[in-house]
Design a protein around this ligand. Structure first.
Ligand SMILES: [Zn+2]
Length: 246
């Protein structure tokens, strides 16, 4: 591409030019939406800082708006920002190539503290019932090197991950929804949880996790499933760390 065409192209799609991993058919936010995305991403991070990591996993949308309105260190969400978050929650992500089921139907979804169990030293929660039973058994069967890396995520937490992923992909909705479930479509909101190997850090969220002893042991267990296998029909990347509660 000559310089003149390159400039014309960047003027139309300033975000696309920066993303070498993008495909030609990928869908991007438009300029106004990109501006909204950057402002909500920063504001949601301020909410997280205010309420703390563990509480942020459970906080409702209503409480998020309340804190933002009442603390000048966060600042109230504008009407346009709220409408944008609403759109991200309620729109159909099939347009971006995400075919997973809808798991949550109300942006104001509430997770009650009595429904969940906080797991010490993790900052995460697991739903009481089958999920907690599975997690407890997993620790016994695989051993103490198996750790909880993400548990219950209410809508705002999932929104925050999604928004931040869209930010990191420079507005590429197709790429973002391949690696993080859109906010109304996460099984973390109703049951599932992620595990990893102690000391492995970010590698726990890569395909490398499938090469660990912990993963090998997990594969022998019949009381859990793997939600996102290789080439799953949901259009989600391979996630060996994501435990399906069955
Ligand atoms: Zn997960």
């Amino acid at each position: 591409m000559n310089r003149r065409n390159f400039l014309a192209c960047t003027a139309l799609t300033p975000l696309f030019a920066n993303d070498l991993m993008a495909n030609a058919n990928d869908i991007y936010l438009d300029r106004d939406e990109w501006a909204l995305l950057t402002s909500v991403n920063a504001r949601i991070k301020r909410v997280k800082k205010h309420v703390g990591f563990a509480n942020f996993n459970l906080i409702s949308f209503k409480d998020t708006l309340f804190y933002a309105r009442n603390y000048s260190s966060i600042g109230a969400f504008t009407k346009k920002e709220i409408a944008f978050l609403d759109k991200l929650f309620y729109e159909d992500p099939k347009q971006y190539g995400f075919y997973g089921e809808k798991t949550c139907f109300d942006i104001k979804n509430i997770v009650k503290i009595k429904e969940v169990q906080k797991i010490p030293y993790t900052g995460h929660y697991v739903f009481k019932g089958k999920a907690l039973e599975d997690y407890t058994k997993l620790k016994q069967d695989v051993g103490d090197t198996l750790i909880l890396t993400s548990g219950v995520r209410n809508v705002v937490k999932q929104l925050s991950l999604y928004v931040n992923k869209i930010y990191n992909t420079r507005g590429n909705m197709t790429k973002a929804s391949e690696s993080i479930a859109p906010p109304a479509h996460s099984y973390h909101t109703i049951s599932d949880f992620d595990v990893g190997r102690k000391g492995w850090g970010y590698k726990n969220f890569t395909a490398d996790f499938a090469s660990t002893q912990e993963f090998n042991e997990m594969m022998k267990l019949d009381y859990i499933g793997m939600r996102y296998n290789k080439n799953n029909s949901d259009g989600v990347r391979f996630e060996p760390w994501h435990v399906e509660v069955i």
